[in-house]
Design a protein around this ligand. Structure first.
Ligand code: ADP
Length: 619
């Protein structure tokens, strides 16, 4: 059964549990666990009947046995009856608990697995507009509220209804008038509960929203801890967190105040009812309308009739949290996944890597037109450098290639076929990306290098890639070599080392098209030379797009595209662009070139000056 459940999340589509009727949705969410749920409820019913039977037995004992002369002889049988009923009640309560736990934990586990898988399949656009903390809180705290709903409230409903029905029927048989008198208060309880249900639903929703906000703040603060420290903004961040936390406190208090108000109100209502029932029954016993045994039975039964009434209110109110969390989780589940396999392009082996951009336009969901009328073509194996100020659209342009986003106008042809015809999965297997800030997982170096390669890779292949990326020697200097853990529990790698690991990873993947974010400016000269050599090996024979920040890294490119505000403003080789001038004024490229050259020579001068000084001092 366990194995079966593990495969369920991927074959079972929870989207069908997304309905406007939240209770119906939760019922659908329980698919495959309904039998266990029904079993749990039935077990509770049997336990409830056993409890009620105890009071019938008690009455029988008082009215029919105690009065007999041979009562003493019968006592062991009476005791056995009580023990037997207690045993039945106990074992079915236990069984019900187990089945309820199985249902609740099973549904929650499947939901968590499903959510994890679903979230990583949502589009780039979704992730860029949704704060991470928001997703974390839905996948943890909201799933937990749903788990509680199944383990407590969903089972509780059955228990309450059964207890109520069984005890009410027993009371009816005792005395019809007394029975109805004992439930006179029910409508009032329902009204009070519904009133609090609304209030608590709203308060809980507000609380969960704030919880998500707080986890976003925390998560951002942790991943941006370097920036916080570098700018010495700890106090500012603390104050911001404190403000958010205070709001959570206020909302949490409001939620608890509502709970705190509800319990005594419902307890008082139920208490009054119970005392009134006791009083009437006592009066009837005094009048001789019922026997003492019947009074004892009534006293026992009415407690177990009031109990479900009291808990019905509690349940209605607690159910609100389950429903709110259901709604929050379903908001994520309703989102469409990115289709990975759809596409009609004939796929045979690798692409050649010829790309043609024809009047490509792109706007983000917020109608922000970021690329306008982009046209150029690249032959297989050519290198294209993209240059331009921040926000000019370089990243957006390369993000169109793996179809992280689809262009909104014009077309892009890869080997003569429109990009939109290629399945995303295939396309992404053909494209390698070396990010500006290489992301590594907290796994071993070996796992990081072979990440994303589906075929089985040998140690030789991994080493060859590491050698080509000039990182093999660094890896061998760690005691555990390729089995060294990266990250928090393992070694800390420098920016340059991380980047070379990312290059090794891409070399092993061996894609036909390459996207590089050039950021070698952050590393020292020796490493820069190594990285540059590694990059050159990586680029060999692959169509390459380089997002360049410095002239040095674009000079070798076959074509240079200068973007400004989403348009191509200059296009050509290094020499062509240097000579390019309009109205006697040099183009942007020339201007950037001149500035960077100036900085470079100044820097050189200072460096050599400093060197001479040290030499003079040493001499
Ligand atoms: P570059 O890489 O040249 O710095 P980008 O491609 O990152 O430029 O950004 C181009 C423009 O698109 C900028 O104005 C930026 O604000 C906008 N932009 C980037 N990403 C998004 C997004 N996910 N949603 C909306 N606008 C975006």
């Amino acid at each position: 059964m366990d194995k079966d459940l593990q495969t369920t999340p991927y074959t079972y589509d929870l989207k069908q549990a997304a309905t406007a009727n939240r209770l119906l949705g939760l019922w659908r969410m329980m698919s495959r666990f309904r039998l266990a749920y029904v079993g749990a409820t039935v077990s509770q019913g049997i336990a409830a009947v056993a409890k009620t039977a105890t009071f019938l037995w008690l009455r029988y004992f008082v009215d029919n046995i105690l009065v007999r002369e041979d009562a003493a002889r019968l006592l062991p049988w009476v005791a056995l009856g009580f023990v037997g009923l207690a045993a039945v009640e106990g074992s079915f309560t236990y069984l019900s608990g187990r089945l309820a736990a199985f249902t609740a934990e099973g549904v929650a586990r499947r939901l968590r697995n499903y959510l994890f898988d679903h979230i990583q399949r949502l589009s780039f656009a979704y992730h860029s507009r949704t704060p991470t903390g928001e997703l974390i809180s839905r996948a943890t705290s909201d799933v937990d509220a749903i788990r509680r709903f199944f383990s407590e409230q969903a089972i509780g409903v059955g228990r309450i209804i059964l207890l109520f029905v069984v005890n009410f029927v027993a009371l009816l048989r005792l005395d019809v008038g007394l029975a109805f008198f004992s439930i006179i208060i029910v409508p009032l309880i329902v009204v009070v509960s519904v009133f609090f249900f609304r209030r608590i639903s709203n308060a809980y929703e507000a609380f969960q929203e704030q919880e998500a906000k707080l986890s976003t703040t925390l998560q951002e603060n942790l991943s941006g801890v370097r920036v916080v420290k570098a700018f010495a903004r700890q106090s500012y961040e603390r104050d911001k967190f404190e403000a958010d936390n205070r709001e959570k406190y206020v909302r949490g208090m409001r939620l608890l105040m509502n709970h705190a108000l509800f319990w005594p109100v419902s307890d008082i209502v139920c208490g009054v009812q119970m005392v009134a029932g006791f009083g009437l029954a006592a009066w009837m016993a005094i009048q001789g309308q019922i026997t003492p045994g019947m009074y004892v039975q009534y006293a026992g039964l009415v407690v177990w009739l009031i109990w479900p009434m009291r808990n019905l209110g509690r349940l209605i109110v607690q159910t609100s949290t389950g429903l709110v969390s259901y709604g929050r989780v379903m908001e994520v589940i309703r989102e469409d996944r990115e289709l990975l396999d759809a596409g009609s392009a004939p796929i045979q082996g690798d692409v050649r890597g010829e790309l043609v951009f024809e009047n490509v336009c792109f706007e983000y969901e917020d109608k922000n037109e970021v690329l306008k009328d982009i046209s150029f073509s690249v032959k297989p194996g050519e290198a294209v450098a993209l240059l331009g100020p921040t926000g000019s659209g370089k990243t957006t342009l390369v993000n169109l290639l793996p179809r992280f986003y689809d262009y909104t106008g014009g077309r892009i042809l890869l080997d003569g076929i429109e990009l939109k015809e290629y399945p995303r999965k295939y396309l992404r297997s053909q494209i390698g990306i070396v990010e500006q800030e290489a992301f590594l997982f907290s796994r071993t170096i070996r796992e990081n290098i072979s990440y994303g390669v589906e075929r089985k890779v040998t140690q030789e292949e991994i080493e060859a890639a590491a050698r080509a990326a000039a990182i093999h020697d660094v890896i061998m200097s760690f005691p555990e070599g390729y089995d060294t853990l990266v990250g928090e529990k393992g070694v800390t790698l420098s920016g340059g080392q991380k980047q070379r690991l990312a290059i090794a990873r891409t070399l092993l993947k061996d894609p036909r098209i390459l996207i590089l974010d050039d950021s070698t400016s952050a590393v020292d000269t020796e490493t820069e030379a190594e990285i540059r050599a590694a990059l050159e090996r990586l680029m060999e024979g692959r169509t390459t797009f380089i997002i360049a920040h410095r002239i040095q890294s674009v000079m070798q490119a076959d074509q240079i595209i200068v973007l400004d505000n989403g348009r191509i403003v200059q296009h050509g080789t290094h020499e062509e662009l240097l000579a390019d001038a309009r109205d006697g004024k040099p183009g942007i490229y020339r201007q950037i070139y001149d500035i960077q050259m100036l900085i470079e020579t100044e820097l050189q001068k200072e460096l050599s000056g400093a060197e001479e000084e040290t030499q003079a001092v040493n001499a």
